[in-house]
Design a protein around this ligand. Sequence first.
Ligand SMILES: Nc1ncnc2c1ncn2[C@@H]1O[C@H](COP(=O)(O)OP(=O)(O)OP(=O)(O)O)[C@@H](O)[C@H]1O
Ligand SMILES: [Mg+2]
Length: 254
Amino acid sequence: MSEILLEAVDLTKHYGSVEALGGASFQARAGEVTALIGDNGAGKSTLVKCLSGAEQPTSGRILLEGEEVHFDSPVAARRAGIETVYQDLAVAPDLDPAANLFLGREIPRKGILGKLGMLDKAEMRRQAVAEFEKLGVELQSTEVSIGSLSGGQRQSVAVARSVAWASKVVFMDEPTAALGVRQRERVLDVIKKVRDKGIAVVLISHNMPEVLSVADRVEVLMRGKRVARFAGADTKLEDLVAAMTGALVQEEAV
Ligand SMILES: Nc1ncnc2c1ncn2[C@@H]1O[C@H](COP(=O)(O)OP(=O)(O)OP(=O)(O)O)[C@@H](O)[C@H]1O
Ligand SMILES: [Mg+2]
């Protein structure tokens, strides 16, 4: 069994009177894909936001490699090696795909120009094209703004950015929702490659065949709490559905 890299213990998150998380626990392991599943509104995105610094939990603990951490922003989480593809695709619509890939990590020009804040756009573009190629992202041009790409192209750029930088954990909140069959397969291949590098991949998906094909473990959320967890190749679709609908609750998972 591989080590627990990131762990949430008893997280709560309240938005006013709405309880999005009601004592949720979660674990992600190095070199494994953990699927996080549950019905609409179960709290999956909220949990990911709390673990990636985009939101602050109301209470509870987050442990990275056994040490308690507090990420006060996504930048803090990224510094710790945690990358996220958000469900609402936090890309900068006015920048081109290469600039989005390097957002916050721009490569300066060499020498004095770099010191003056000039960026090495050619180098960033070259590396970006290589990353996009790995994912099979076909862009008519890398010089257009992200806002003018299709939803699926935008999603692929967000996935490319996360896998290019993640060193410990990558959260993907429905990364294939807008993708066609071919692009979806490429993203799943990339997920497996990233996992094989020893990174903990957390995949949120409503697509159960996709979950069963790629996940080493599955954790199920219902109304802001973990209600079940499954491991290994013998995980059955019926069990996942039963857990998501509340027909099956594993007391030890809560
Ligand atoms: N910013 C917010 N303000 C108020 N309520 C919120 C906010 N974000 C989430 N919620 C509420 O918290 C609950 C959990 O939402 P969340 O987005 O985490 O669910 P989810 O499991 O990701 O669902 P989906 O599968 O539809 O993406 C929902 O009831 C939602 O309405
Ligand atoms: Mg969500």
